[in-house]
Design a protein around this ligand. Structure first.
Ligand code: ADP
Length: 402
């Protein structure tokens, strides 16, 4: 069975084609800067000798044209992996906000599209583009099933004591203001992987999963299910991130509105795009920040310290939530690659039973690996996330059910 996974943003379209007989990625890529002057497509060609990226610059006006370009690439005699689109069995879509109604991956029909649209207010930067991707796919692959997998799905098991805010209850009833959490597909993938690697059934495993990329979130996982997560009603909440502030005193918003020239749009932009690591040291790529810190840039060093401190505090909170923790899992760009952040985060956690072996931690591998010392009560894993594969797997499950 072949599943095409697509993730449509406002100016990009990421895609990956899977042969599910063997969970193998056949190809993938990204259409970037859609609607801008300098659009282009990076397309991956996998061969026996490894992978190679083909890049073409081309003006792409919208997602529809972008998807047509993707189809040309994947069916082309040189860059392609299939002869015709009829070989694709289904399309799996990443959709950010499922709200409370869409708790699991689902076959898309008009009613599901309406519910996604109803959730636009909760995810104005993402859901409308995700919906565009769905409509484009329906036109380009007529008659093929489309399945939506939501970033919020994995967190729908949180109890109300964890997902409600200390605000008037009517705000939840009337406007659905609550914590939803994001990166759920990634957290779910690494939970399954950790369970497989540790040889322990998913429903018997307690984990703290740390997705540390440009966006960062932590998840407390009890018996395989999410019981709390750090992001909130939007992805702005929780730990400090690349350009997002994470949690701040909510009164700061009112203070800035009253005492500066900023309006609410500028304020939102500042908290989402100009804060976090970037706000502290002017840079948001972790590799650049390390390079600057090594040169003695004090703001870069401060940004690293703050970033690690936020994660450490989150781990402490989730130990309290879970009681017992079998493993901590690091994933995503920083979690998978940055041994300095990992060791800062886990430093001084021995009273929680977490001890990292500095030598093992420095290992770099494209396969999952353990970084704890022999005396550590809690395992510490580095596991490469694969959100697209998780979406493809869930699409197959949905098709099986139908
Ligand atoms: P996204 O949230 O956009 O999917 P990623 O998971 O790709 O983000 O993570 C991006 C982050 O990972 C960036 O801050 C980048 O600097 C960091 N990163 C990637 N590779 C490394 C590395 N080798 N060492 C440290 N940080 C890295």
């Amino acid at each position: 069975m072949k599943i095409l996974v697509i993730n449509t943003g406002s100016s990009s379209l990421k895609y990956k084609l899977f042969d599910m007989n063997g969970n193998r990625a056949m190809t993938g890529g990204i259409v970037e800067r859609i609607g801008e002057k300098e659009s282009g497509i990076s397309h991956m060609v996998f061969s026996k000798d490894g992978k190679e990226t083909v890049y073409i610059k081309k003006k792409i006006v919208d997602q529809n044209q972008g998807m047509h370009e993707v189809v040309s690439f994947i069916t082309d005699v040189k860059t392609g992996v299939i002869d015709a689109i009829k070989e694709i069995d289904a399309i799996g879509h990443r959709v950010v906000q499922g709200g409370e109604k869409l708790k699991t991956a689902i076959l898309i029909n008009d009613e599901v599209k309406k519910t996604i649209r109803d959730n636009n207010k909760l995810a104005p930067l993402h859901n409308p583009s995700n919906l565009t991707g769905i409509e484009v796919a329906e036109r380009i692959f007529p008659g093929k099933p489309n399945i939506a997998v939501f970033d919020t799905n994995f967190h729908q098991t949180m109890p109300d004591k964890a997902f409600l805010y200390g605000l008037p209850y009517e705000l939840y009833e009337k406007y659905k203001i609550r914590k939803y959490g994001f990166h759920g597909t990634s957290h779910k993938y690494v939970v399954k992987e950790a369970s497989r690697l540790m040889g322990k059934a998913t429903d018997r495993i307690n984990l703290i999963t740390l997705h540390l990329g440009n966006g960062c979130s932590a998840c407390a996982v009890k018996k395989g299910e999410c019981v709390d997560t750090s992001m909130g009603m939007t992805p702005l909440a929780g730990m400090m991130m690349g350009t997002r502030s994470g949690d701040i005193d909510p009164a700061i918003v009112g203070y800035l509105l009253e005492n500066t020239d900023m309006d609410i749009r500028q304020l939102n932009r500042m908290m989402n795009k100009e804060s976090g690591l970037k706000g502290i040291c002017g840079l948001n790529d972790m590799r650049d920040i390390h390079a600057q810190a090594q040169k003695g840039n004090e703001k870069a060093t401060l940004a690293l310290e703050m970033f690690s401190y936020h994660i450490k505090k989150q781990i402490g909170a989730y130990f309290a939530v879970l009681g017992t923790v079998d493993a901590i899992v690091f994933t995503a760009g920083i979690g998978e690659n940055d041994h300095i952040i990992r060791s800062k985060v886990c430093d001084n956690l021995s009273s929680f039973g977490v001890e990292v072996d500095l030598k093992k931690n420095k290992v770099s591998s494209s396969n999952p690996y353990l970084i704890h010392s022999e005396s550590s009560r809690v395992q510490v894993w580095v596991i490469q996330t694969d959100e697209e594969l998780q979406i493809a797997r869930e699409a197959v499950q949905v098709l099986g059910k139908d």
